[in-house]
Ligand binder design. Structure first.
Ligand code: 13P
Ligand code: SF4
Length: 366
């Protein structure tokens, strides 16, 4: 008989020290049956319990490589969906708080992308000339759409390679949901800005004329990350005035102007590696999420490196931070009691097609 799930209310008011102890105990009780995965942006009081950490690309690889029965995902919803799709059928993926979503992923929906595809077909044959490319920060049904229409998934680590693959097959790309990653990657491939048109999903025909659609190499979905849009060129200017010897490094979800004014642009893993490999004594301004920047500032202090956060306000991935120690303890103790809570299960029809688009990505970025 199935055990009764332990209610979250019993954990809601648990103090942090008790939580910490209970997470450690539950992990020990589960042993190798459960693995905790955490994205680089995860809050420190949860991140410290992770068995596996990484950026989106690394986590998707790690999820497909683990043998644990339970994958407890301390990231956001789309990441847990990817883990479910790429893991073995008998493995169970858990997102400790189901409200840990991604505001950028929510800016594209299957209905809106289908409408865009239909509207494009009034000007050209999209299945002949357009590769749909979805950033991994998107719902599983959008990955399935890409799988079905000859498209592919990308992450911030491999977007340029994925665009090259796409252009070797078809002449145009519909890139969703992050316009900034699409624009920056297109720019790095020497595509002029005039040939990257923004598709405004709230306007008929994306707000574009047939002429603009025919001229575009990349149609950029009008989505963005609410965290990375906070970083501004004036933050970089101020830093450069104060520290002319300092280096600036940003995530490609930042605006084009921020990326252009940075010395280095890349994924969270790239940012960590670049600063780790830098000379002792160097100073860095970093344009990405606060939990990650704080973590590396602390880690690299020992090497005499100074790591500064780009914005003057707090820019945290507040949705990822919803996975707090209380939710982690609750999910783990339920597993110890033989009960699965907050399982993420992508419907089979979507999972098959989404896996096709994800496997294309993993193959191209090997
Ligand atoms: P990475 O691909 O660098 O992990 O970034 C994912 C993300 O959500 C950044 O906001
Ligand atoms: Fe989504 Fe932005 Fe959070 Fe990344 S930082 S998970 S893009 S809301």
């Amino acid at each position: 008989m199935q055990a009764e799930a332990i209610a979250f209310e019993r954990f809601d008011n648990l103090n942090d020290d008790d939580c910490e102890q209970r997470i450690v105990q539950a992990k020990a009780a589960l042993g190798r049956r459960a693995v905790i995965l955490a994205h680089h942006y995860q809050r420190p009081d949860v991140y410290k319990h992770a068995d596996l950490t990484g950026d989106s690309l690394q986590l998707s690889r790690l999820a497909s490589g683990t043998d644990a029965d339970y994958l407890v995902f301390c990231g956001v919803h789309f990441m847990a969906e990817v883990a479910d799709i790429l893991s073995k059928p008998e493995q169970i993926t858990i997102l400790p708080d189901l409200s840990a979503g991604c505001s950028m992923a929510d800016m594209a929906s299957l209905l809106k992308v289908q409408r865009a595809w239909h509207e494009l077909s009034e000007v050209l044959d999209p299945d002949e000339v357009v590769t749909p490319v979805t950033y991994i920060n998107s719902a599983a049904d959008l990955k399935a759409f890409c799988g079905e229409h000859g498209g592919i998934v990308c992450t911030s680590s491999n977007a340029m390679k994925i665009l090259q693959w796409s252009f070797s097959r078809r002449e145009k790309v519909l890139f969703f949901p992050d316009q900034h990653l699409g624009r920056w990657s297109g720019h790095k491939l020497d595509i002029p800005l005039e040939q990257m048109a923004v598709w405004d999903f709230d306007e008929p025909m994306g707000g574009l004329s047939p002429e603009q659609i025919r001229n575009a190499k990349i149609l950029l979905w009008k989505g963005h990350c609410s965290v990375h849009q906070m970083f501004q060129p004036q933050h970089i200017l101020r830093f450069r005035n104060q520290h002319p010897e300092g280096k600036v490094i940003s995530h490609p979800e930042c605006s084009f102007e921020v990326c252009k004014n940075s010395d280095y642009v890349g994924s969270t893993d790239y940012i960590i590696r670049t600063i780790r490999e830098a000379e002792p004594g160097t100073r860095w301004l970093v344009g990405t999420e606060l939990n990650l920047v704080n973590r590396i500032a602390e880690e690299f202090k020992a090497q005499g490196k100074i790591v500064q956060f780009m914005a003057s306000t707090i820019c945290m991935c507040s949705t990822m931070a919803r996975i707090d120690p209380q939710h982690l303890a609750w999910a783990l103790e339920n597993l110890v009691a033989g009960k699965v809570v907050n399982q993420i299960k992508v419907p089979a029809a979507d999972a098959v097609l989404a896996k096709r688009a994800l496997e294309r990505m993993l193959e191209v970025s090997r």
